[in-house]
Unconditional design. Structure first.
Length: 581
């Protein structure tokens, strides 16, 4: 069963809609340049900003001027509306699901009002805008889909592709009639400074795969695709299909990729296997290609392992758009579709000098028929995913284990700070010094559940969290304010992404399997369980580790109490192992 893409929407540094993005792609016109809207002191860093102010986007969406809305939400709503208009799909009476990938969420609002919240009760309502799930709900509402089911994926820079993968799976299993999947990410001081602490930002325009590459340029944007199992809309252009995909974990390091690109290799191999294609059937790979010294040779190694000596055309479009982090996978999926529809391959902007450690990218090709395209998207923690987009549907073998008996074989819970004192069961004192409390708790419950189940390495790891690594996030925000965006701690940023927890367990257990993190408030664990059961019933896994992990801080508890909201516990971590019986 193939999934049709019947509508696309996009907004990024090279255009505010699909036609303008297409024009920039064909001209090789980069949108990376000096900072205009982000209020950061690091003006020396070029960025790929959307060329619209927040107020201009609010006007486009019919939002009253002065209303506080995150930039992530604004861009997401614009691109989702475009996708619906492009597909002409009728959602009335249909089971519609909106899936968005994001890591930043409403961070631009949080960092702007963070200090004010400490004394001004009126600003505490903005707490609701911080979490990732809130941005997805707001995007759906602004696009006119108030009755849609919403879910948020937060796997760092692979979030949006994982949203497309999840949407495709839901359609195949009959859980939805129409899925609008993608991602949205607005620039913020938080993640600009975070990437800067890792010393992987370039002060010049990035040069993916170039020997002189020195890092990435951060970007922003959003893109969504309308997915249907049976085409009910009336598209006026070529309808591409999602025919294969893979979600794997590199299980190597929180912020670095392995030399052989194992996770990327496995993701591409799985996608080809699902599609029933051979490597030589692929004409173009839209590479993740960030321009960092580590990522590009790792991805190059993976591409060479998959395709051997007969490489397809390969290019990264991040020299044009900047690295749009969580939104990059859907933005580049839409770019790949535009290339397929218009018979060209976009060039690798900025590349000049070959590096023997890297593939040699194309600088652009016109008048080429693209039947099958691979789009790669890799994130922190080794969350590596690939999708294959095709002009034509293919036959897919689907395993049907719908009647499979699924049993919870173990469970471990930590709900009290005192319980963290038992960390030596699995964590050395040296390791513990570098771990926040939620990292300790999730590690302990995960390893205890696996030990009780007699499982050394699960087939898949799924995490759920409402607020993620709140303690390290708060400390990083405090440091930004106190130190004026200078002398910040990279360890805090490295432990701030929501998928830190699931990837840390994968690294520890050497699990190269499926790895994903849900962040949809109180429904996060429900989504995680649905995914785990789906994996088992479709024959993609036999043992799945599922965990719900959340923490609080004294300041966050104070905020909740003053806002009249339920005060969350300081720590809660629950891990279970599901098995096919």
């Amino acid at each position: 069963m193939n999934i049709a893409v019947t509508g696309i929407g996009i907004i990024c540094a090279i255009g505010n809609d699909a036609p303008s993005v297409l024009d920039s792609l064909r001209k090789g016109q980069s949108g990376v340049g000096p900072m205009q809207y982000l209020q950061s002191k690091h003006k020396e860093l070029p960025v790929g900003e959307v060329k619209l102010s927040d107020e201009e986007m609010k006007q486009m969406l019919g939002i009253e001027a002065g209303t506080i809305v995150s930039r992530t939400t604004l861009m997401g709503a614009i691109s989702l509306r475009q996708a619906l208009e492009d597909s002409k799909v009728d959602v009335a009476g249909k089971r519609v699901v909106v899936i968005s990938g994001t890591t930043v969420g409403g961070m631009d609002i949080t960092e702007q009002y963070f200090q004010q919240m400490k004394t001004d009760d009126k600003t505490l309502a903005l707490l609701d805008k911080h979490d990732c799930g809130s941005s997805t709900r707001d995007i759906a509402n602004l696009a006119g889909l108030k009755d849609a089911e919403v879910v948020t994926i937060s796997t760092a820079c692979s979030s949006a592709v994982n949203s497309i993968i999840l949407g495709s799976e839901m359609l195949k299993t009959g859980e939805a009639d129409i899925v609008i999947a993608g991602g949205a990410e607005g620039l913020s001081k938080f993640h600009l400074n975070g990437f800067n602490t890792l010393m992987i930002l370039d002060n010049e325009q990035c040069r993916p795969f170039d020997k002189t590459r020195a890092g990435l340029n951060l970007g922003e944007g959003a893109a969504f695709v309308v997915l249907e199992k049976t085409i009910t809309s009336n598209p006026t252009t070529l309808t591409p299909y999602i025919i294969g995909y893979g979600n794997r974990c590199d299980a190597f390091h929180q912020t670095a990729s392995s030399e052989d690109g194992e996770g990327a290799y496995l993701a591409m191999t799985d996608a080809l296997l699902m599609a029933g294609l051979k490597p030589e059937d692929i004409q173009y790979v839209n590479a993740h290609g960030t321009g960092t010294p580590n990522n590009d040779p790792s991805e190059s190694a993976a591409i060479r392992r998959v395709f051997g000596d007969k490489l397809p055309l390969v290019s990264s479009t991040k020299g044009l758009t900047g690295h749009t982090t969580s939104a990059s996978g859907s933005i580049e999926t839409v770019i790949s579709i535009l290339a397929m529809r218009n018979s060209f391959v976009p060039g690798n902007c900025g590349w000049k000098t070959a590096d023997e450690a890297c593939i040699e990218p194309t600088m652009g090709v016109e008048n080429i028929e693209l039947e099958n395209v691979v789009c790669n998207s890799f994130g922190f923690g080794g969350n590596d995913s690939s999708v294959i987009i095709s002009k034509s549907p293919v036959e897919e073998k689907v395993s049907d284990n719908a009647a499979a008996d699924i049993k919870e074989v173990s469970c471990a819970v930590i709900d009290d700070m005192e319980q963290l004192k038992d960390f030596r069961e699995f964590i050395s004192p040296m390791e513990a010094r570098r771990m926040g409390k939620l990292m300790k708790a999730s590690t302990l419950t995960s390893l205890r559940a696996l030990k009780e189940a007699g499982v050394d390495c699960p087939d898949a790891i799924i995490a759920a969290t409402a607020n993620g690594m709140l303690e390290t996030t708060e400390k990083f925000l405090e440091d930004i304010d106190a130190n004026g965006e200078e002398l910040l701690k990279p360890t805090l940023f490295m432990q701030s992404t929501h998928n830190t927890l699931s990837s840390a367990i994968a690294i520890r257990t050497k699990c190269h399997g499926y790895n994903i993190t849900y962040s949809q408030g109180e429904k996060s664990m429900e989504w995680a369980m649905r995914d785990a059961e789906r994996l088992i019933r479709t024959g993609k896994a036999e043992t799945v580790l599922v965990g719900y992990h959340d923490e609080s801080t004294p300041l966050f508890q104070e905020f909740c109490e003053r806002a009249g909201k339920p005060v969350p516990p300081m720590i809660y971590s629950k891990s279970i192992v599901l098995k096919k019986q």
